[in-house]
Design a binder for this molecule. Structure first.
Ligand SMILES: [Zn+2]
Length: 386
């Protein structure tokens, strides 16, 4: 397929596996991604024939982050922003200007502001996110990171990018735009999921490999990417792998321009090894899931959850799409649209219709919370968590 290695730009790569998605014809993203490993540098990434425009269209038209944030079942919505703040604050001086690219609802920026950082600014493609950010008293601009170089913004001391780089098809274009926003002696702080953690902390496949996550960095490959632009980590930490409050591993780097003698960075073997070890665990779980699903042999059911897990589940078992009566999703932006050709409704519809079909719950993290919601609605439907 079409993607050169986003880090070293070579073509030769080894396919590790592929993932399929039950997208309709109109969906801008690929129905299949090959997960490949670069033969030259060892970087693991998703390969398909798309380009950045397809992803821009997807995030503009179909992405539902800002809505999804309001329906998370977490107790403390500031849990993750607080965690990121405690992780990164030592790298940001109180008088430095900060620009968070892909800031979402501005959780991190608003905590920085509460802690005395006076010059903080956000960028996000979602107008809703920017409105939420401004309600929190933080200034922001609505736009794509690929527009930064053209926006003629002032230069910042610190540019932060958390949970963005793993989504980017055109990695080179992204880095060049980020570099356009930072002062020549400034810092770029990057946080991404750590591929080294995949083999340690098991989660369902779509949590790590889904249609949105297409770059899988290790500390070595992330450093190699930035070294290609003359930027090196200045954090002075041996390992920059840490666990998030949910136990998943992330990786950070604090990159600054340095004149160092160019040296060959060795090929990374940890990424491929971690992914293959993860796959071994996954195939065992997949067998269990298949047995569970085959025992069901239902004629009709209701599907609750139309996110990444459902997208991959239906692609693996296409015969069950026909058995879906309709879908339920708490995400209001999805209600009234279709998934796998079936209508998506809110839970109020389920209550009003009083249809006693079994409910298959397709949610990676909120399965138990959804069962609780069904009980609280007073419904007696049988629930199966996948
Ligand atoms: Zn490479």
């Amino acid at each position: 397929m079409g993607r050169n290695c986003p880090i070293c730009n070579t073509k030769e790569k080894e396919k590790l596996f592929d993932i399929r998605f039950a997208f309709g014809e109109e969906h801008p993203l690929a129905k299949k991604n090959d997960i490949v490993c670069c033969n030259t540098c060892g970087f693991v990434f998703a390969d398909n024939d798309l380009n950045q425009d397809s992803y821009d269209r997807y995030y503009k038209e179909l992405n539902s982050y800002s809505e999804a944030d309001s329906i998370k079942y977490t107790e403390d919505e500031e849990l993750f922003p607080k965690f990121y703040f405690s992780l990164l604050r030592k790298f940001i001086a109180i008088n430095e200007s900060v620009f968070d690219v892909g800031c979402g609802d501005g959780g991190l920026l608003s905590i920085l502001k509460q802690n005395g950082y006076g010059n903080v600014y956000g960028l996000d493609p979602s107008a809703d996110s920017i409105r939420t950010l401004e309600r929190k008293g933080v200034n922001g601009i609505c736009g794509s990171v690929f527009e930064i170089a053209a926006l003629d913004l002032p230069k910042f001391d610190v540019v932060i990018s958390t949970g963005v780089l793993e989504h980017i098809f055109d990695v080179d274009g992204y880095i060049k735009n980020v570099l356009a926003a930072v002062k020549s002696d400034g810092k770029i702080i990057v946080v991404v999921p750590a591929v080294e953690g995949f083999e340690i902390k098991y989660t369902d496949l779509p949590n790590y490999f889904n249609h949105e996550h297409i770059n899988f960095f290790s500390q070595q490959t992330l450093d190699r990417l930035f070294a290609g632009y003359g930027y090196y980590d200045i954090s002075n930490e041996q390992s920059r792998l840490v666990t998030e409050p949910n136990g998943e591993y992330i990786l950070y780097g604090v990159y600054s321009k340095k004149n160092v003698d160019t040296h060959e960075i060795e090929k990374d073997d940890s990424s491929r090894k971690s992914v293959l070890n993860y796959l071994e665990k996954y195939s065992e779980r997949k067998k269990e899931k298949e047995e569970k699903y085959k025992k069901l042999s239902l004629d009709k059911y209701i599907l609750w959850g139309t996110g990444a897990l459902a997208t991959q589940f239906l692609a693996e078992f296409p015969e069950i799409s026909d058995k879906i009566e309709f879908c339920i999703d708490n995400n209001k932006t999805k209600q009234g649209t279709r998934f796998a050709g079936k209508m998506i409704y809110g839970s109020d519809y389920l209550k009003s219709q009083n249809i006693n079909l079994p409910i298959i719950i397709c949610s990676m993290k909120n399965g138990d919370a959804i069962v609780k919601q069904i009980v609280e609605l007073g419904l007696k439907n049988e629930c199966i968590i996948l």
